[in-house]
Design a protein around this ligand. Structure first.
Ligand SMILES: Nc1ncnc2c1ncn2[C@@H]1O[C@H](COP(=O)(O)OP(=O)(O)OP(=O)(O)O)[C@@H](O)[C@H]1O
Ligand SMILES: [Mg+2]
Length: 324
């Protein structure tokens, strides 16, 4: 049995002139949760569809659960589950009826489909929904039922394409709980998301995807460390003196993020306390009044913006994105 549940090497997919995947690499260990994190159009769904054998890639090696998606698609299909970006539930049917239908579609016998439906309803806290049609479900309940449906065949590898997009915080929390409970059972999960917090909470490892490529991967902590351990934020009282203050900060000018609307400067620092003291002294000597000065670790948002910054578009770089 292959050591990894998912192995992608140099995957390419082109739509007309457009490279949806431009040489994507990905390795996911068995029994882990891997986050594929990227902005709209990064290539997340394209990747998931190729892995799930719904779309053919143009070039590269793609293996799932030890089988090649192109030459052994049947073997792959037998071992995977997919929760698509858009749900496939029947609105008029109840939760149990939906799950039974999915079971029958996957060639489970009537009795087996029924017991499997009951097991999954219980596992996701949906037993009490009775015959209530899905259209009366809350967003979180709906997504949990989706998740249950994707698990009908007890897959080795589960793909979740933006499982919590559009849910309120409570619904999101419910789905997170459900995903966590899966992993104890040994299921490998590949999760796509635009929410940094989601990747941070659920994923053992994260691959940041941008324009069809992985631009960074590691644990959330590793990614944070890569961008610069700590930052100093300064809020200047007089917005007119923001640029002057920026020039005084203990870092190369290019590293300073300027948020003019909030009169805030932010800069990565190597030496926390010394840099903080130096900042206070320099501002004081220049007679620039600070409303607030704080030391902090970078947020995952900053890591993400840093890694996906558009180097090719002058003037549309990191500063602007942070300020927006
Ligand atoms: N069927 C298609 N025909 C043409 N272009 C496509 C097609 N599907 C995707 N693309 C393009 O390929 C790129 C990657 O799309 P993909 O759907 O994989 O992105 P995504 O990361 O899932 O984005 P989102 O967060 O919006 O779901 C995008 O530029 C998209 O416009
Ligand atoms: Mg998508």
């Amino acid at each position: 049995m292959a050591a990894e549940a998912i192995l992608v090497e140099g995957a390419r997919k082109r739509y007309g002139e457009k490279d949806a995947l431009a040489g994507l690499d990905l390795t996911v260990g068995r029994g882990t949760v891997h986050g594929l994190l990227g902005p709209n159009g990064a290539g997340k769904t394209t990747t998931v569809r190729i892995l799930a054998t719904l779309l053919r890639h143009d070039a590269g090696l793609v293996r799932v659960a030890g089988h090649d998606v192109r030459t052994e698609a049947r073997e792959v299909r037998r071992r995977i589950g997919l929760l698509g970006q858009h749900a496939a539930l029947d609105e008029e049917l109840g939760g149990r009826q939906n799950l039974e239908m999915f079971g029958r579609l996957h060639h489970l016998g009537a009795r087996r489909a029924g017991t499997r439906a009951d097991e999954l309803l219980e596992r996701f806290g949906l037993t009490d929904t009775g015959h209530k049609p899905v259209r009366q479900f809350s967003g979180g309940m709906r997504r949990r039922l989706d998740l249950a449906a994707s698990l009908i065949t007890d897959p080795e590898v589960l793909f979740l394409d933006e499982p919590t997009t559009g849910l309120d915080p409570r619904g999101r929390g419910e789905v997170w709980e459900s995903v966590r409970s899966l992993v104890g059972g040994g299921t490998t999960v590949l999760l796509t998301t635009q929410y940094l917090e989601e990747a941070d909470r659920l994923a053992d490892r994260i691959s940041v995807v941008d324009r069809g490529r992985v631009v960074a991967d590691g644990t959330a902590d590793e990614l944070k460390t890569r961008v610069g351990a700590d930052r100093i934020d300064v809020v200047v009282r007089d917005g007119a003196r923001l640029d002057e203050a920026a020039a005084l900060l203990p870092a190369a000018r290019a590293e300073v993020t300027v948020d003019a609307d909030r009169r805030r400067l932010s800069v990565p620092v190597a030496d926390r306390m010394a840099s903080l003291a130096e900042t206070v002294r320099a501002l004081d000597a220049a007679g620039i009044e600070a409303e607030d000065i704080a030391l902090r670790r970078p947020t995952l948002d900053e890591v993400f913006l840093h890694l996906t910054a558009r180097e090719t578009a002058p003037g549309a770089g990191r500063e602007k994105e942070v300020a927006a």
